[in-house]
Design a protein around this ligand. Structure first.
Ligand SMILES: [Zn+2]
Length: 254
């Protein structure tokens, strides 16, 4: 779905944990560079290629993948991309790098998690475990808060720790689009914040997650792309201020 010139929101169906849902990676490009922000999981690759093609950007032109965070539904697709295009550069925040690289194993495959997947068909359980254990890729370049990437109309990195310690949002300057990852979500049409429970135990908590959103007030935002809820463009800056003021976590309306 076209959001602005040279910026496309991809729409990927994803079936994990026995549940059908949609995720929304973002593609940004100019004449020289093509950047994919978050990648879905391994079986999303063909859909990514098709949607890139439909947007007029061939997969062969892809230069870089930026991961907004370490979580598996954002990064598990990177390996498949690299197997076809080994020169694609992988960028992420320093604090999530060791998890994406597998230097620190995500403590997800614990008994509580296994209990949640135990009723799924065995091949599905194996697929999930395999994804958690074998999705690690090397992060070539780390990104820092406030860094400006001079590509594709200008991209500003905004460190928004909370959901994960190295979670980042990206602000696409020329289209005034915020790629929010999981720092923001949409629930019943309303903009809400991240999950109240942080994903990892690295000293970030729910308060940090909401406080980090204050940085977003420094940007004039026309569109927000949330990874799990898609596009939000109804007075985004005002809506972000309300998320902070009313501490609207993702669980707020559930
Ligand atoms: Zn996510």
């Amino acid at each position: 779905m076209k959001i602005a010139n040279n910026l496309e929101m991809l729409v990927l169906p994803m079936n994990v944990m026995g549940r059908e849902r949609i995720v929304y990676p973002t593609l940004i490009w100019d004449n020289d560079f093509v950047i994919l922000i978050d990648t879905g999981i391994p079986n999303n690759l063909e859909t990514i290629k098709r949607q890139m093609e439909a947007a007029g950007v061939s997969f062969a032109r892809l230069n870089a993948v930026i991961a907004t965070q370490q979580d598996i539904d954002h990064v598990a697709g990177i390996k498949g991309i690299l197997s076809e295009k080994p020169n694609v550069v992988v960028l992420a925040h320093e604090a999530d790098k060791p998890y994406i690289q597998g230097d620190i194993k995500v403590k997800r495959l614990n008994p509580k998690f296994m209990e949640r997947i135990k009723d799924l068909p065995e091949h599905e359980q194996l697929r999930i475990v395999d994804m958690f254990e074998n999705s690690d890729v090397k992060v070539n370049t780390t990104l820092t808060d406030g860094e400006e990437l001079p590509y594709c109309g200008g991209i500003t990195v905004i460190h928004t720790p909370g959901h994960t310690p190295g979670h980042i949002c990206l602000y696409h300057q020329s289209s005034k689009t915020l790629i929010a990852g999981d720092a923001l979500n949409i629930l019943h049409g309303e903009l809400v914040g991240p999950n109240e429970d942080p994903m990892s135990e690295d000293g970030v908590n729910a308060n940090d997650a909401i406080n980090a959103l204050n940085k977003l007030n420094n940007y004039d935002i026309e569109n927000i792309i949330t990874y799990h809820g898609g596009l939000f463009n109804d007075k985004p800056n005002e809506a972000i201020r309300e998320v902070i003021r009313d501490r609207k976590f993702y669980s707020y309306l559930k």
